[in-house]
Design a protein around this ligand. Structure first.
Ligand code: GCB
Length: 617
C-alpha cells in the first residue's frame, strides 16, 4: 500500500499556486452593453489542443497551436472527444478576433466566466492573467496589448490536475467518502464528474477610462418603507459627481477617493418575494460637469433575510424552503453553460412547486441568479468547498483555507446584489476523518475544523452581514461545526446509505436526530439533502430500494417529519435531476440517479409526488 504521507511531503515541496491578488475588483461586475460600455461574447469555435507533456508554454503555443482541432466554447471538453473524457493535465484554447475599432480610447478587458481549474490567459503573446478555481469569473485589462490593425490572438490554458491542496481537493491523502468506492474512476473526493474546460463565456468588454468598478446594494424594510443603501466604487480615485436613480427617486453621488455612498428611502415599498419577485432598475451614473460619462444598471429587489431564534425569516415572516440540491450537468455540454437548459430547469422548478435550490457544490452561472431574481426563486449560494478533510496534514488544510477564502471573496463580490441569494453556504460535507461516523479521526481534526470554519464564518459576516450563513453537514459529522453557523443544514440518508429498505426505522431515526439537534442548537434546521438512487421505470410493490415507489415513500417520510416540526426551515431533495459521476460500483452507468427528474429532465414518479405536496398552497 502506498503511504499517504508520501503525497503530503510532495505537496510540501511544491511552491504555492498563484492566482490574482485577493481583493482585486477587476471584472467583478457583470459586463453590460449600454451607451458607455460594450460587450463582445467570444463564444463559438476555438482551436484546442491537449498538452499531456506540458510543453505548450515553452514551445509558445500561446502564439500558435501545432495540431489544433475545433472545440465549442463554452463547454466541458470531456464529452466532446473520446480521448479527452478522462484527460488530466493541461489543455490549450486559442482564437483570433478583431477588437471593434469603435472601442479605441476605451479600456478593454477580457473576462472568463469559469475555467476549471487552473487557468492562464495570453493576449498577443503576453501573459495577462492567472486564476485558480473553477466556477467564478476573473478578468484582465488588455488595453495596452491590442493592435487595432491586426486581430488579437487570445490563448487560454486550462489545467485540471486533481491535486490534494486544491478546493475541491482532487485527492486526499486521508481518503474520504467518495474516494475509491463510490466514484472509482476518475478518482475524486466528491460525487460528481470532474468536468473541465472553459465552462462559461469568454467576454471582451470595454468601459470608459474612468468607470464604475463596483456597486454594492443593501436593502432593508422599515415599516411600510424600504431602504436601499448603495455604495459605488469608481476607478482612479474618482472624486467627481454621479447620480443614483431608482424609479422616481434620484440622489446625487459625491465621490471621494473613488467611493460614494447614498441611502434611498422607498415609500410604500413592494418587497421582493417568491410570490411577487418585484425588481426595479437602479441606475448609477458618473458625471463630468453636465455630461454623463458612465452608467451601470442593476435590478434591485428589496427584501430582508434573517434568523430569529429557530426560524428563518424572509421580509420578517417565517419561510419554509421547498426544493433541491442541483448540479450544472447535462450530456455533451457537461458543466458548460447551457441557457435553454437553465430556462427549462426553472420551468420545472415552478411546475413541481419548489421555491428554492442550493448551488451544490459550487457557484452556478450569473445567468442562473439573474433568472432566480426574476422568477422569485430563493438560492443558497455554495462555494466549491466540497469534501474538505481535516484528517489531512495541517499544511494541506492551511492551503485549502487560502483557496476557500479566495473563493468566498470572489463569490460574495459576484453575487452580493442578488435578492434571490438568501444564504451563503461555505462548505458541503467536511469530514474529520476518512469516513464519517467511523472512528480514526485524529483528535485535533474537529478542533482544527472549528477554527477553519470560524475563519470562514467571520469572513462572510465581514463582507456581508445581511445574509445568514450555513454549512451542509455530513451524517455523523461533528455538531461543533454545525453550531458555528446561523442555519443548521444537514444531509441525511436514513433509508438509503443506512437503514436501507427500512423506511419506518429511517423516519424514526431522522425524527430523533432533528429533535436532538434542535434541542442542542436551537437554530433553524434545513434538511439540505435526502434522496434515493432510482432507476426510472423500475417499480415494485411493496416498495424496494432503487424503484420509483421507494423514492416516493422515502421522500414522503422526510416531508412528514419536516412538516410536523416548525423549526425545520426547509427540505431540499437530493437531487433535482440525475447527474454524471465517475465510474464505480455504486453509480450504475456512471450516474447518480437520485434525481426526481432523469438527466434529460423527464419526471420520475417522485416529481409528481412532490408536485402534489408542494403545489397545495
Ligand atoms: C452527499 C453529497 C452529494 C452526493 C450524495 C449522494 O452527501 O453531498 O454530493 O451526491 O451524498 O448521492 O451520495
Amino acid at each position: 500500500m502506498r503511504d499517504a504521507r508520501d503525497d503530503v511531503s510532495k505537496v510540501k515541496a511544491a511552491p504555492p499556486e498563484r492566482s490574482a491578488p485577493r481583493g482585486s475588483r477587476v471584472g467583478t461586475l457583470q459586463p453590460r452593453q449600454n451607451a458607455h460600455r460594450n460587450t463582445f461574447d467570444l463564444s463559438g469555435l476555438w482551436d484546442f489542443q491537449l498538452d499531456p507533456k506540458d510543453e505548450g508554454e515553452g514551445a509558445r503555443w500561446f502564439e500558435r497551436l501545432p495540431a489544433p482541432r475545433a472545440i465549442a466554447v463554452p463547454c466541458s471538453w470531456n464529452e466532446l472527444f473520446d480521448d479527452a473524457r478522462d484527460y488530466v493535465g493541461l489543455a490549450w484554447y486559442r482564437t483570433q478576433v478583431f477588437v471593434p475599432s469603435s472601442w479605441r480610447g476605451e479600456r478593454v478587458f477580457l473576462r472568463v466566466g469559469s475555467a476549471n481549474y487552473a487557468c492562464k490567459i495570453w493576449v498577443n503573446g503576453e501573459l495577462v492573467a492567472e486564476h485558480l478555481g473553477g466556477h467564478l469569473p476573473f478578468a484582465a485589462e488588455i488595453t495596452e496589448r491590442i493592435s487595432w490593425t491586426q486581430p488579437a490572438t487570445i490563448a487560454i490554458s486550462v489545467e485540471n490536475k486533481p491535486l490534494p491542496e486544491r478546493v475541491p481537493a482532487g485527492s486526499s491523502p486521508a481518503g474520504g467518502l467518495f474516494t475509491g468506492i463510490v466514484g472509482g474512476y476518475p478518482a475524486t473526493t466528491y460525487d460528481f464528474f470532474p468536468y473541465a474546460g472553459l465552462h462559461r463565456s469568454v467576454i471582451m468588454f470595454s468601459v470608459p477610462r474612468t468607470h464604475i468598478e463596483d456597486v454594492t446594494v443593501r436593502t432593508t424594510l422599515e415599516g411600510s418603507d424600504g431602504r436601499v443603501d448603495v455604495s459605488v466604487l469608481a476607478t482612479d480615485g474618482h472624486s467627481g459627481a454621479g447620480r443614483a436613480r431608482f424609479g422616481s427617486i434620484e440622489a446625487a453621488l459625491r465621490f471621494r477617493d473613488g467611493v460614494a455612498e447614498v441611502s434611498l428611502r422607498v415609500p410604500d415599498v413592494r418587497p421582493w418575494s417568491p410570490r411577487d419577485p418585484h425588481l426595479q432598475p437602479l441606475v448609477i451614473t458618473l458625471e463630468d460637469g453636465q455630461r454623463e460619462t458612465d452608467a451601470y444598471t442593476l435590478d434591485v429587489g428589496i427584501r430582508t433575510v434573517e434568523v430569529r431564534g429557530d426560524r428563518l425569516l424572509l421580509n420578517g415572516e417565517p419561510i419554509t424552503l421547498t426544493g433541491f440540491g442541483k448540479h450544472e450537468d447535462f450530456p455533451i455540454h457537461g458543466r458548460g453553460f447551457d441557457l435553454p437548459l437553465l430556462v427549462r430547469d426553472y420551468e420545472l422548478l415552478r411546475w413541481v412547486g419548489a421555491n428554492s435550490y442550493r448551488t451544490s457544490h459550487y457557484p452556478y452561472s450569473e445567468e442562473a441568479l439573474d433568472l432566480a431574481d426574476r422568477l422569485g426563486v430563493l438560492v443558497i449560494d455554495e462555494t466549491p468547498a466540497v469534501s474538505l478533510n481535516f484528517a489531512d496534514s495541517g499544511e494541506l488544510v492551511a492551503r485549502r483555507l487560502d483557496q476557500c477564502q479566495r473563493a468566498l471573496d470572489e463569490l460574495i463580490a459576484r453575487d452580493k446584489n442578488h435578492p434571490s441569494v438568501i444564504l451563503w453556504c461555505v462548505a458541503n460535507e467536511p469530514m474529520a476523518g476518512g469516513s464519517p461516523g467511523v472512528g480514526g479521526a485524529p483528535p485535533t481534526a474537529v478542533e482544527e475544523g472549528s477554527r477553519f470554519f470560524r475563519v470562514l464564518y467571520d469572513q462572510v459576516r465581514a463582507r456581508d452581514a445581511t445574509r445568514p450563513v450555513t454549512l451542509a453537514g455530513v451524517m455523523g459529522g461533528p455538531v461543533e461545526w454545525l453550531s458555528i453557523f446561523d442555519v443548521v443544514s444537514i444531509n441525511r440518508y436514513y433509508g438509503w446509505y443506512v437503514l436501507g429498505g427500512r423506511l419506518d426505522a429511517a423516519q424514526a431515526a431522522l425524527a430523533q436526530e432533528l429533535d436532538s439537534l434542535h434541542q442542542k442548537l436551537g437554530k433553524p434546521i434545513l434538511i439540505s439533502e435526502f434522496g434515493t438512487d432510482t432507476v426510472a421505470g423500475s417499480h415494485s410493490q411493496p416498495p424496494e430500494m432503487w424503484t420509483e415507489e421507494y423514492q416516493v415513500e422515502f421522500l414522503r417520510r422526510y416531508l412528514d417529519a419536516a412538516e410536523s416540526r416548525p423549526f425545520v426551515a426547509g427540505v431540499h431533495v437530493w437531487n433535482f435531476a440525475d447527474f454524471k459521476t465517475g465510474q464505480g460500483i455504486l453509480r450504475a452507468a456512471g450516474l447518480n440517479q437520485k434525481g426526481v427528474f432523469t438527466r434529460d429532465r423527464r419526471p420520475k414518479m417522485a416529481a409528481h409526488f412532490l408536485r402534489s405536496r408542494w403545489c397545495r398552497t
